[in-house]
Design a protein around this ligand. Sequence first.
Ligand code: MLT
Length: 233
Amino acid sequence: MNVNVLLEPGQKGTCEKTVIIIDVLRATSSIVTALANGASSVEAVGSVTRAREMKKDDPDLVITGERGSIRPEGFDLGNSPLEFTSEKVKGKRVVITTTNGTRAIEKFAVADSILLAALLNIDAVTRQIVDSEAEVTVVCAGTNGVPSIEDVFCAGALANGLIDKGYVTDDSARIALATYYRHKEDTGSLLKKESGHGRYLDSIGLGDDTSYCAKMNLHDLVPISLGQRIFVR
Ligand code: MLT
């Protein structure tokens, strides 16, 4: 079995039938948290306008997301995973639009199966892949076309669990593994000090998000995307 990694979504490479999307800061961390706190589903959409139109048609939707990491006007929540409490999302259909994460989900929507990973659920995703023996492509969402170290680290954590089970890696997966081995003892400082986007979030007062997103395996669930709808099976 193969695991290959795209360090950012525009990188050329083989796309296997199973794709894992990673956006540690913060889209996939928010989606994992929304589902862990009881959202019935999360829908990833490409634009702020589309989310607002959906809310007009169905006022019960919880529309969420960011542009420039800030909650767009009229949205119920931003893209802070800490906002996705059970009080806000339990039993609700959530819609999310973000700059890089939800666009990566849209871009790879042609894959047979799309799973979402963050540090918060990386062991659950690894287990599911091992059990299914799938060939996988891991897509790091990055930031505006540039790789993000926290996504690459997370891809490395996944690759580490897969090579133990006999998976063969490409060179990008080996870069991810090297990043994982270098930083695995201190994910907090990886996200706060090494990550450019982490430093940016800190600078605009969202440092609690980076601390939360650095936690490994807080949630034992695997979001699956079918069409635009993301849920837990
Ligand atoms: C994104 O999708 O670009 C991110 O989740 C940005 C953010 O931190 O909100």
